[in-house]
Design a protein around this ligand. Structure first.
Ligand SMILES: [Zn+2]
Length: 92
């Protein structure tokens, strides 16, 4: 499936598919190359995979981008985030 143009969605993903259900069930978007990951602040590169989520601020709505591993670290306890990332890598 080719990456699609970003549209407002509860959750989107980018990069190469890694075999998770999210890669089949959720909209894929273009890699947000150059945008800063909201978890680690490093810029997203063409080779990264990750997620785009809605972001609501006082100025309105926008989006937040995360590296895949950073997204897992943001939503899971550390031990589960590491386990989930290893599972993603094993499928890859
Ligand atoms: Zn990151």
């Amino acid at each position: 499936m080719a990456p699609q143009t970003r549209a407002f969605s509860p959750l989107c993903w980018f990069g190469a598919p890694w075999g998770a259900a999210v890669c089949r069930e959720v909209m894929r978007v273009k890699v947000p190359e150059g945008e800063a990951c909201v978890y680690c602040a490093a810029p997203i590169t063409w080779a990264d995979g990750g997620f785009v989520t809605p972001l609501l601020t006082a100025e309105g709505h926008g989006h937040a981008v995360y590296h895949r591993a950073c997204f897992l670290r943001a939503i899971l306890p550390p031990d589960l985030a590491e386990e989930a990332e290893r599972a993603c890598e094993a499928r890859w």
